[in-house]
Design a protein around this ligand. Structure first.
Ligand SMILES: Nc1ncnc2c1ncn2[C@@H]1O[C@H](COP(=O)(O)OP(=O)(O)OP(=O)(O)O)[C@@H](O)[C@H]1O
Ligand SMILES: [Mg+2]
Length: 158
C-alpha cells in the first residue's frame, strides 16, 4: 500500500538538534530531491540546511545565509547541494535565478522562502514547516509528497 502524502512532527530544543534533523535528511538524500523550508525569519531554515549539507558531506562553515546571492551551490559533498534563498526575490524574477538548473542537475535542492514561487514548486518534494516556540524550541512539521520525499521523511523522523 502506498499513500500519496505523509507527515511527521519533530520538536527540537537547540540549534544542534535542528542540524541533526537536517543531517539525517542529507544522509538519505538522492539526486533530484527537493526540500522546501517554510517559516518565519529566524525559525531555523538555514540551520536545517547546514545539517543537510553535513549529511551530504559538505565541509562545515560552507553554509551561510545568502544575502544577495539567490542560489549557493556546494559541489564538495556526495551530491551537489543547491541552497536557494528566495527572500529577496521580486515577483517575475524567477526565470533569472538559475534554480531550474538546480532542480534538473541531479543535485539536492533546499529552498528557503518557497512561498515566493509557490505555484512553481515541483509537486514531489519534502515540505518542512518550522515554527519557533519559547526560547530555543522549534516545532518542525514534515510533509512528504511522492515516494522520494517519503523516504526522506522516514529517515528524518527516525
Ligand atoms: N531549536 C533551534 N533550531 C534552530 N535554530 C535555533 C534553535 N534554537 C535557537 N536557534 C537559533 O535561531 C536562529 C535560526 O537562524 P536561521 O538563520 O537558521 O533561521 P532562518 O529561518 O534561516 O532565518 P531567515 O529567514 O532570516 O533566513 C539561530 O540564531 C539559531 O541559533
Ligand atoms: Mg535563512
Amino acid at each position: 500500500m502506498t499513500r500519496a502524502a505523509a507527515d511527521a512532527v519533530v520538536r527540537t530544543r537547540s540549534t544542534a538538534e535542528t542540524e541533526a534533523l537536517g543531517e539525517r535528511i542529507g544522509r538519505a538524500a538522492a539526486p533530484g530531491d527537493v526540500v522546501a523550508l517554510w517559516g518565519e525569519l529566524g525559525s531555523g531554515k538555514t540551520t536545517l540546511v547546514r545539517g543537510i549539507a553535513r549529511g551530504l558531506g559538505v565541509p562545515d562553515r560552507a553554509v551561510t545565509s545568502p544575502t544577495f546571492v539567490i542560489v549557493h551551490e556546494h559541489d564538495d559533498g556526495r551530491l551537489p547541494l543547491f541552497h536557494v534563498d528566495l527572500y529577496r526575490l521580486a515577483p517575475g524574477d524567477v526565470p533569472s535565478t538559475g534554480w531550474d538548473e538546480a532542480l534538473s542537475s541531479g543535485g539536492v535542492t533546499a529552498i528557503e522562502w518557497p512561498d515566493r514561487v509557490a505555484t512553481l514548486l515541483p509537486a514531489e518534494r519534502l515540505d518542512v514547516h518550522l515554527s519557533a516556540g519559547g526560547g530555543d524550541e522549534r516545532e518542525i512539521k514534515l510533509e512528504a509528497a511522492g515516494p522520494q520525499a517519503r523516504r526522506l521523511l522516514e529517515a528524518a523522523a527516525a
